[in-house]
Ligand binder design. Structure first.
Ligand SMILES: [Zn+2]
Length: 511
């Protein structure tokens, strides 16, 4: 068996603090670290899967990939980002340019599978496709499991975890097989496991079990690479904190107005709707079996999500995208069909909004929520595809986009929450001793990975080659375009494809 020169192993949601907490349960991770460098990897704002992986793979920020959350705005509606294309080049393109074969497994890169990969398997947000197409049959026969399931589809959390572990194991089996058979020089594989499992609100013992399983899969893959990068897009942990209902706050401040019909529906009615929907899906007996903690996760206490309710745009200044991240979109004259805010006043408006939010959330001795215009954080030609403002720091709050009858400030609750601290470990024989870096950025992963595998780095990427600090040989650079021709960012896709992505996002706990 010829190992890949570089094996880049991604774990969605591998949490820097949990890796340290469970270090003694992770012998394979520790073994890699003995010849490597470990650092917390600072994620996107908000720390969110699609945009973070896109920056890891492309070496540029969301303002240049055009990718951040799960959806792109089109007027007042949103389309799934998983089906869009980005003009940014990825790791595989830079390998290709240098005549190096690259295989990818389950990398959440949007749009169709990249051209020119040695082998490719799509990420979890779309239905299974492979490159070459005949690979699909082979990997399914090997037990590859592309399907996603919500925890409520299982009769117990243990059952859900068994599925998640089986899925990870099949991913390992297929990756090993493809490296053996197709001998790529570079291989990137991403596991869903940490993120998917933690979204199910596991207890402490189960989280420990998940980290042991992550390490077991890592150990199986280590012999299949000469040099290794272990990376995650963000951390995720289950923590207790007071809840801030962002949608409720927007409504009470007069920034967002729902249509009259929706305003008259009470929270209680809506809770009934949620209960009926879940009973329909899972059966009543399942609800009785659930632990109280798990139940809370599934049954928001009377929360309504404004992104899914009719909005009166003639009286709305700001609205939220779908999903749990409270991405803010402004209703701007000349840009939105019923725009209210003159474009030249949008900065001042966001400034007022951010100070009102900080003021209210600073009460009760909590760290305030920091809302920032996207243009203060990101830069690039595709900034207009991102939300107008994002939560740069949730302070000590759990953010919920929902409406809540008792007001925006809710009591403390346990919640699964993505955080800024992902993991970046790179290891190889050239690195003499283990050392640690204080902080690294998503955009550092690509240049560091290329240099680690002896490849040249494209000029103009935004990150640093961190390998430079640990090795005497300076990395070399080459000139190339960082973008490729696309037939426009808007891809065409069918309603069926869109429905499937939405279903997958819902089962993964993002909607
Ligand atoms: Zn993620």
């Amino acid at each position: 068996m010829t190992p890949a020169r570089l094996l880049l192993i991604g774990f969605d949601g591998l949490d820097y603090n949990l890796v340290q907490k469970y270090a003694s349960d992770m012998p394979n991770f520790s073994r890699l670290l003995a010849d490597g460098v470990l650092a917390p990897l600072s994620s996107t704002h908000p720390p969110i899967t699609p945009g973070a992986w896109a920056s890891i793979c492309s070496g540029v920020n969301p303002g240049k990939t055009g990718l951040l959350g799960f959806f792109l705005r089109q007027g007042y509606s949103f389309v799934p980002l998983a089906l869009q294309r980005t003009p940014a080049k990825g790791l595989w393109d830079y390998c290709n340019e240098q005549g190096i074969s690259c295989g990818i497994v389950n990398v959440p890169w949007p749009g169709p599978l990249p051209q020119g990969v040695c082998f490719g398997i799509t990420g979890r947000f779309t239905s299974l496709a492979t490159s070459p197409p005949e690979l699909k049959e082979d990997i399914l026969q090997m037990g590859y499991r592309p399907e996603v399931h919500h925890p409520s589809e299982f009769s117990s959390l243990q059952g859900f975890l068994r599925f998640a572990f089986d899925q990870a194991e099949a991913c390992t089996r297929v990756t090993k097989h493809l490296i053996e058979e197709r001998t790529p020089k570079v291989c990137m594989v991403v596991y869903n496991l940490p993120d998917m499992a933690l979204h199910a609100m596991l207890n402490e013992r189960m989280i420990q079990r998940v980290y042991q399983e992550i390490d077991r899969n890592l150990g199986e893959l280590i012999p299949y690479g000469e040099r290794h990068v272990v990376v995650s897009d963000h951390g995720i942990n289950i923590t207790e904190g007071p809840v801030f209902y962002f949608g409720e706050w927007l409504v009470r401040e007069g920034f967002l107005t729902l249509s009259d019909e929706q305003e008259s529906r009470s929270g209680r009615e809506n809770l009934g709707f949620f209960l009926r929907k879940i009973m329909q899906r899972s059966g009543l007996s399942f609800i009785k079996k659930m632990t109280p903690q798990f139940l809370r996760n599934l049954l928001p206490p009377g929360i309504r999500y404004p992104a899914f309710l009719p909005i009166d745009y003639s009286r709305t200044m700001a609205f939220l995208g779908p999903g749990e991240y409270c991405d803010v979109f402004l209703n701007i004259q000349g840009r939105e069909p019923q725009g209210l805010i003159p474009p030249e006043e949008s900065d001042a408006f966001l400034g007022r909004m951010a100070s009102r939010l900080a003021e209210l959330s600073r009460t009760e001795g909590h760290h305030p929520i920091r809302l920032s215009p996207s243009r203060d954080i990101y830069r690039g030609d595709l900034l207009d595809q991102l939300p107008d403002a994002v939560i740069q720091d949730p302070g000590s709050w759990h953010l919920e986009p929902g409406l809540y009858a008792n007001g925006p400030l809710g009591p403390a609750d346990l919640k699964h929450e993505h955080n800024q601290e992902g993991v970046f470990l790179f290891a190889g024989p050239a690195l003499e001793t283990a050392r640690s870096l204080d902080q690294t950025a998503l955009v550092d992963v690509l240049p560091t990975s290329l240099a680690l595998s002896g490849l040249r780095i494209p000029e103009g990427l935004e990150g640093d080659c961190l390998f430079e600090a640990c090795d005497k040989t300076p990395p070399s650079y080459y000139k190339t375009d960082l973008t490729r021709e696309t037939e426009g960012i808007e891809a065409s896709f069918s309603e069926q494809e869109e429905a499937e992505v939405m279903e997958r996002l819902e089962k993964l706990g993002y909607l």
